[in-house]
Every structure is written in structure tokens, then in C-alpha cells.
Design a protein. Structure first.
Length: 347
């Protein structure tokens, strides 16, 4: 395959700060249950974790939305909870309910986690998926690797599941700060190692998902959302100076302002609640912005989908912008509505 260049890839140009008349576009969770071809491959795999750990099938579901829609980027098909599993947590997915993990609530459980140097024994299939994708993706499509941010991953490891308010993690943070910070440190180190290996395998961009950042406030936001992201971004850019990083501190509200400068991220992904006017004034002057269509509109469709898509494109047209959703596409989305969204973006 001929060597790709930044000029071939609109995502990389946006991440370098270039304003483009038509913004590049991809969608969070673009490989997923709303697509019939994904559901067929999932049945072939047997279960979700087998799909993640079978490189040929994980690559296939990553490629499916590229074939169907021609997105400008493909995001590696994996899950943020593979890192806890690689560290030794028991992990399973319950149909219709989500993940279940063994919990970390005390020093003994923290001490029992595997050393960071051993995580590749579990995660090596993910790196093989990336190598397959670099061979198979069209030359103009950017490959995005990713991981969960330490706070978000920690909330699952402490509670053993997703929770509406991340209460167990906040309780551990308040009552046993040593164990909490020890867990955050282990996750941060593992995340740096994991993302380094993804880039070495061929990922061209990294995205850091802090899905529960919004439940941190004040000094806790600085200490447990901003500081770990800054450390991860710095470590990656020390190893790979030209690597672009997208960060997603979901529901950070006014803390989106200054986030790019504080962490070193090249792009800040905006959740659905962020007003474009706020982001244009406080975020876009310092970084590319990504977002932020409401995923519910891909269920609803119709004229409002088209008008809202065009409104977002117009709002961010003065600077670097990657069109995306404000959160992941939902399983009940209509695949035809994705085509309608793309028509509104690209004309």
C-alpha cells in the first residue's frame, strides 16, 4: 500500500488545526448494534468479549460502517474494560444489563492486580486487529485507537458495574484515598502502555474517553480528570511527537474551557449538552472541536435531523471541526438516518 500522508486524510488535517469547508465525520460507536451486519458478526463470534478478542471479526465490524457510509475515520472495535481485565479483574457482559466486574475496594484487591508489564498477554489480539485494519482500510480513512480515561475505568472497577452517579467510586475516594489513588495510578500506567502499543501497531490518532468526568467537580476534576489525561497525553507525545489525541471529558460543563490547554489534547470532543456558541468562544480557539449532534436525532430522523446537522456544521465552520455525535449512536438508530446526516454534512 502506498504511504499515507496527512494531506490524504481530512481527520488528520482537522486535528492539525485546519479549517475545512466540509468537516470530516465519524460517529462514536459507529460499529454497533444498529447495523444488521454487526449483529450477524456478533452472532458468529458468540459473545461480546469473543468478538473483541478475535482480530479478524473485530476488524470486520470496524470496517462495516466504513463500507456502508464512507466515514473519514474508523475507530478500533474494542471496549474500555479490556484494560481492567488485562490487569486481572474478572469481566463478563450480561445480556441486556452490561458489564460485571470483580471489585477493587481495599488494599488486598489492589495488590492482587497484575503488573502493567503483563497486560499485553491479554491485549495482544487488540494490537493484531489494528495491524489488520491498517492493511484493509481505504487509504484516505484514519484509524483511531482509544482507551477509557482512568477515572471512568476506575468507577467500573470499584463498583463492579456501571452506576448512575459513580457513587461507589466517590465513596472510596472519600474513605480510602490511598487505595483509590493507587488504583488510579495503576490504571494510568496501564493506559499509557496500552495506547503506546496501539500506536506501535498502527493507530494514527488516539481518543481518551472520560465518560463519567462530569461527576467530578472542583479540585477532584483537576486531580482525577485533568491530571491523568495530561499525564497520558504527555507520555504518548514524548514517544510519538506527531500523534494527535482527542479527549472527551463528557458532561464537564464549563470545565470544557481550558481543558485542551491543561491536558495537551489536540481536539476536545463535546457532549450533546455543550452549546456551540460556548465552544466556539472557549474551546475552538485552542483546539479542534469534535461533535456534537444528539444521537436521538438518528432515531427520530426527518427534517429536524437535517436542520440540526446543518446548524452544527455552520456553528463550527470558522475553525477546525470534526463532525460527530455528542455521545454514541444508540442501538435503535435507523441506519438510513445516518445517510441523511451525511447528506446534510456533505451536500
Amino acid at each position: 500500500m502506498p504511504q499515507q500522508t496527512k494531506a490524504d486524510k481530512t481527520i488528520l488535517r482537522a486535528l492539525a488545526g485546519e479549517r475545512q469547508a466540509v468537516p470530516p465525520v465519524w460517529m462514536m460507536r459507529q460499529a454497533g448494534r444498529y447495523l444488521p451486519e454487526y449483529r450477524a458478526t456478533r452472532r458468529k463470534a458468540g459473545d461480546f468479549l469473543s468478538l473483541c478478542y478475535t482480530p479478524e471479526l473485530a476488524a470486520e465490524v470496524t470496517l462495516q460502517p466504513i463500507r456502508r457510509y464512507g466515514f473519514d475515520a474508523a475507530i478500533l472495535f474494542a471496549d474500555i474494560l479490556l484494560v481492567p481485565q488485562a490487569l486481572g479483574a474478572d469481566l463478563r457482559f450480561v445480556q441486556g444489563e452490561g458489564p460485571r466486574l470483580s471489585t477493587i475496594t481495599g488494599q488486598a484487591e489492589l495488590a492482587a492486580l497484575r503488573p502493567v508489564g503483563e497486560i499485553d498477554a491479554t491485549l495482544s489480539p487488540v494490537y493484531e486487529t489494528i495491524r489488520i485494519l491498517r492493511r484493509e482500510l481505504p487509504r484516505d480513512v484514519t484509524l483511531i485507537g482509544f482507551a477509557g480515561a482512568p477515572w471512568t475505568v476506575a468507577t467500573y472497577m470499584i463498583a463492579g458495574r456501571g452506576t448512575p452517579d459513580q457513587g461507589p467510586a466517590h465513596t472510596l475516594k472519600a474513605e480510602n484515598r490511598g487505595v483509590f489513588e493507587g488504583l488510579m495510578e495503576r490504571i494510568t500506567e496501564a493506559t499509557i502502555a496500552y495506547l503506546t502499543a496501539q500506536v506501535e501497531a498502527g493507530a494514527e490518532v488516539i481518543k481518551l474517553f472520560d465518560s463519567w468526568a462530569g461527576s467530578l467537580t472542583g479540585a477532584d476534576f483537576d486531580d482525577y480528570a485533568v491530571a491523568p489525561a495530561r499525564r497520558i497525553v504527555s507520555a504518548l507525545k514524548t514517544r510519538f511527537p506527531d500523534l494527535p489525541v482527542i479527549a472527551f471529558p463528557r458532561e464537564a460543563r464549563t470545565a470544557y474551557a481550558g481543558y485542551a490547554q491543561a491536558t495537551g489534547a489536540d481536539c476536545v470532543a463535546l457532549d450533546t449538552s455543550v452549546d456551540p456558541g460556548f465552544a466556539v468562544e472557549h474551546v475552538q480557539p485552542h483546539a479542534c472541536v469534535q461533535g456534537n449532534l444528539d444521537p436521538a436525532l438518528l432515531v427520530e430522523g426527518g427534517a429536524r435531523l437535517t436542520s440540526e446537522t446543518k446548524r452544527i456544521v455552520r456553528a463550527f465552520s470558522g475553525g477546525p471541526h470534526i463532525f460527530n455525535l455528542g455521545h454514541g449512536i444508540t442501538p435503535d438508530a435507523d441506519p438510513d438516518n445516518v445517510h441523511r446526516m451525511l447528506e446534510a454534512i456533505r451536500g
